[in-house]
Write a protein that binds this ligand. Structure first.
Ligand SMILES: [Zn+2]
Ligand SMILES: [Zn+2]
Length: 376
């Protein structure tokens, strides 16, 4: 038997004040009171109906629940009633939406359990490792599917049940005035499932914290900022949902000799004053060992030499970069008397003519002109 509307029972409008409700109750309670209607079952039923309507409509919380959800919101026969334990609260909603919003449910299928999170692992490589590529073992802390319950969260031999409140959707609709709003289901906290007997190992989460070791193949030529995606190696999904991905973020450490710019490598090589002047061969480092480089006569300090193909092989194409060697002339130190004597002798010959110092000549000419201009 479906219940009559409480307002209708009391014969008042939905916007009736508490005073009007009390007044209506008094009048009807007197009319149907068992003392006044002895043996009249119908009157007794009416009296109970009026009393119940009065009790609900004069209790602020219950009235609000009734206004929002109707009888299901305040059903006194329901264990716990409105505002009871969460389970009861949930059951009420289940009923409400079964009745009022029946057919209006989204989809009807089960809510999809959340996919696992993507993980990021910062991998630091030496320049040599980055250039040549390698297989690296990495250990990552992650949430893995619980092997005791196969990710279900339910104790071995038991099963998670579909949440009766949201019928597995994880969300319920709430009425707020004229609007219906979606909320996470209060019974199952959005999971759509109820686990009565949680797995001991994962405490019903379906996932456990684990660290796993992975062999990651780093291709030759990677550089800082590159990342390698390992599909499905991220965190396990909720309750057997697909795992996330693992992103290995590469950063390359600074190198003692080489600076990398894209596929090119740069380095500085010191040369002696006499070798720069006379020319000859010097040894320069490459990632594959030393090679010799021919230095022409009259090489100025700072001159850049390009060694083709001695750079880095691109990770994205077959292009190979170059090694750029900058020669830097060193002033000789710790000279003995004989060496100093030779240099003095050399210096005296150089002083006789200006033509040996192309930069200085131009420079001093410029300085001279600068002072002349100042004085004029
Ligand atoms: Zn488990
Ligand atoms: Zn639910």
């Amino acid at each position: 038997m479906s219940k009559r509307d409480y307002y209708e029972v009391l014969g008042v409008g939905r916007d009736a004040s508490e005073r009007e409700i009390k007044k209506a109750y008094k009048r009807l309670a007197m009319k149907f009171h068992p003392d006044r209607n002895p043996g009249d079952a119908k009157a007794e039923a009416s009296f109970k109906e009026v009393k119940e309507a009065y009790e609900i409509l004069t209790d602020g919380d219950k009235k609000a629940a009734y206004d929002q959800f109707g009888h299901a919101g305040v059903d006194p026969n329901r264990q716990g009633g409105f505002g009871g334990g969460q389970g009861d609260f949930g059951d009420i909603f289940g009923d409400v939406f079964g009745d009022i919003f029946g057919g209006g449910r989204r989809g009807g299928g089960q809510r999809q359990a959340a996919r696992g999170s993507d993980l990021r692992y910062n991998l630091e490589l030496s320049l040599e490792e980055a250039v040549r590529g390698l297989t690296k073992e990495i250990r990552i802390p992650t949430l893995a599917s619980c092997d005791s319950c196969n990710g279900s969260g339910a104790k071995k031999g038991t099963q998670a049940t579909t949440c009766g409140t949201c019928h597995g959707q994880g969300q319920v609709q709430m009425r707020q005035g004229f609007f219906a709003v979606q909320q996470a289901c209060p019974t199952c906290h959005g999971r759509g499932k109820i686990i009565k007997d949680p797995c001991n190992k994962c405490h019903g989460e379906g996932r456990v914290e684990k660290s796993k070791t992975l062999s990651v193949k780093i291709p030759a030529g990677v550089d800082t900022g590159d990342r390698i995606r390992l599909s499905g190696e991220g965190e396990a999904g909720e309750f057997g949902a697909p795992a996330g991905d693992l992103y290995v973020q590469v950063s390359v450490r600074e190198h003692a000799i080489f600076v990398r710019d894209g596929n090119n490598l740069y380095c500085e090589v010191p040369i002696s004053f006499s070798k720069a002047a006379l020319g000859g061969e010097i040894e320069v480092p490459t990632l594959d060992g030393k090679v010799s480089l021919k230095i022409p006569t009259e090489t100025q300090t700072g001159r850049m030499f390009r060694l083709r193909g001695k750079g880095v092989k691109s990770v994205r194409s077959h292009a190979v970069g170059d090694l750029m060697c900058k020669v830097v002339m060193e002033t000789p130190v710790n000279l003995n008397e004989r060496q100093k004597e030779l240099l003095r002798e050399f210096e005296s010959t150089v002083n006789e003519s200006k033509k040996h110092s192309p930069k200085a000549d131009g420079f001093f000419d410029g300085v001279k002109k600068f002072f002349q201009d100042l004085n004029s």
